[in-house]
Each structure stands twice: as C-alpha cells, then as structure tokens.
Design a protein around this ligand. Structure first.
Ligand code: C5P
Length: 308
C-alpha cells in the first residue's frame, strides 16, 4: 500500500461502471442468489470516492452529482458498509473512522454496478487512508461480502464472473469498444428483476459463455462481438419496464451494431461500430426523446484506481 496519509489529506479513488457482454443465469439458489456466468467489461463512466480521516467510530458519507438524492446516506450506504467492514476485519483493533464523499456519474440502480463501484472505491480509498496491509486479492475477497459485483469493480478490464458473478477470471480483449448508453428515469431493483426472471421460469442449467464471444474479444471484432451479446435478464427487465423495448428498437433502427439492456437495467447499452458511429448514434438517440440522458463511453478500462 502507499505511504501513510496525513490527517489533512484526502484519498481519491476513481471507479468505473460496467456492462455485461454476456449474462447467463441459472435458477434461484437456496441462498437467494443465482449462479451466473457473465462476461463483464468496465466502461469509462466513473464515480469518484474521497476518503478522509474522521474520529474513531465515525463513518459518514456525502453524495453529490447525478441522482445524488436517490442514494441513501445512512449506515445502509454500501460505501459506508465497505468502510466499516474494512475497519472491522483489517483494522487490527485500531480506532478508525472515515468521512466519505461520493461523486456520482454511474446511474443509481441502473444495471451498471453503481453501488458496487462505490463500495469498491471506498474499500480502496480507506485501505490507503488507513495504510492497511491488504493485498488486491484480499480486497477483492472482502468486496465479495458486500456485493457480487464488487470484486469486478475493483479489478476492471474484461473478466468472466462465475458463482454469484464474484469468482473472476480475466479475459483477453483486444482493442477498444465504443458504446452509447441510454439512461432511463427511475430505477430497476436488481432483486425485483431476478424475481421476475424466476416467475418467468427463465433459469437455465447451461451457463455457457456464447460461442464466439471470447474469440470476438481476442480478435477485436466488433461485429462478431455484437452477434454474441446476450443478457438472460433482459426479458425480465422488459416485463417490468416494457417501454425499454422502444429504446432497443430505436438503437437498431439508428445503426447500432447491437442493442441490449445492461445487467438488470433500466440502462440500455448500444454497441457502435467505431467512435464516429457512436457520436452519430448518440446525437440521433438524444433527439428521439426516449430516455433521460445519453452518454458515450468506451471499454475496457481499469477498475478502482487511486487518483490522489
Ligand atoms: O450481490 P448484490 O447485493 O449486488 O446483489 C443484489 C441482489 O441481486 C441479490 O440480493 C439478489 O437478489 C440478486 N442477485 C442474484 N444472483 C446473483 C447476483 C445478484 O440473485 N448472482
């Protein structure tokens, strides 16, 4: 870890959101989770988490930026839980505390792991703030206790997630992919989407990564990647939010290589052939008025990284 941080200093971590290039889900398990095979790609939409010294036992969070009013700021905030967990398990009995500030750009409950990203950012920021002797692997193991996507938010890049999505293997990926994201008003709760997935009887025993997806990534072939994208949760998200189908159709009509719901939604991700095509698609999509906001991003990008 970095050298100790003085009490006046702030540790700032930048952490990316994700899209799932493939998300295959089994049925609900006795522990409430679903076994997944999912290929994550971290994309250039970032939250920032600042951590600074607080009196022992004080763990506070302030949230600023897009949709900040929709993020809880009490002890149930995932970043606060992350800081507390880290202090309890790795603080060696030291009297620790932290004041956190989260600057949000990743949509809240939008299917891009925004909450998990903030937890990942808080883990790294506090580990540096408190000068803890914890390795990246140990941080990821701890992160999995907070949420299935937290280990990937720490790692970033492109990775295959198995188990609950938290058992990661990195995936070789060549080149940069250009995405247009369409953010919708309102949230979709991940548990609610999985519950609808169960009601629709969509769980499969075969959680294979689609043929061609890994090859497409190795060769950097955007068209082949577009043909391989799959999201088993998409029918459940569409059942809860039928108007998303208009967005998916608009993307197809406006020349996206592929259109899909991101994770549990409601964010919709459009894969573009290249950067100029993404610029063109984002302009045209904005003028359709089908969503709250449109943003261009690219991936893969690194996971949680120290800024200052
Ligand atoms: O792990 P995390 O708290 O982010 O997951 C949120 C919810 O999403 C879980 O409580 C569960 O309902 C659902 N989930 C699931 N199977 C997974 C990951 C998440 O059912 N593999």
């Amino acid at each position: 870890m970095a050298s100790p941080v003085t009490e006046a200093e702030v540790v700032r971590v930048r952490v990316a959101g994700k899209v799932n290039l493939s998300l295959r889900s089994g049925r609900r398990r006795p522990d409430g989770y679903h076994s997944l095979s999912t290929v994550f790609q971290a994309v250039s939409l970032y939250d920032e988490v600042d951590a600074s010294w607080a009196p022992p036992g004080r763990f506070s969070v302030q949230v600023v930026g897009e949709q900040a009013d929709q993020v809880p700021t009490g002890d149930d905030n995932l970043a606060v839980r992350a800081a507390r967990l880290l202090a309890r398990t790795w603080g060696a009995g030291k009297p620790l505390g932290a004041d956190l500030v989260i600057r949000k750009s990743i949509p809240v409950a939008g299917g891009m792991a925004g909450g998990s990203a903030d937890a990942a950012g808080a883990l790294l920021a506090c580990a540096v703030l408190w000068d803890l002797d914890i390795s990246p692997d140990e941080l990821r193991t701890l992160g999995a206790r907070l949420g299935a996507d937290v280990p990937f938010c720490l790692a970033g890049g492109t990775a295959l997630g198995r188990g609950r999505g938290d058992e990661l293997t990195s995936v070789l990926s060549r080149g940069t992919y250009h995405w247009v994201l369409a953010f919708s008003d309102g949230e979709l709760s991940t548990p609610a989407v999985f519950a609808r997935f169960d009601e629709l009887g969509l769980g499969s025993d075969h959680l294979d990564v689609p043929d061609g997806l890994l090859n497409a990534l190795v060769s950097g072939d955007v068209q082949a990647l577009g043909r391989s994208l799959v999201n088993d949760l998409e029918p459940a998200a569409l059942a809860l939010r039928p108007q998303l189908s208009h967005l998916l159709e608009a993307g197809d009509d406006l020349g996206a290589v592929a259109s899909m719901v991101s994770g549990s939604g409601p964010t919709v991700a459009f894969l573009a052939a290249n950067e100029p095509a993404a610029v063109d698609l984002s302009v045209r999509l904005s003028s359709e008025g089908l969503c709250r906001a449109v943003k261009r991003v690219s991936g893969p990008v690194p996971g949680a990284r120290l800024l200052v």
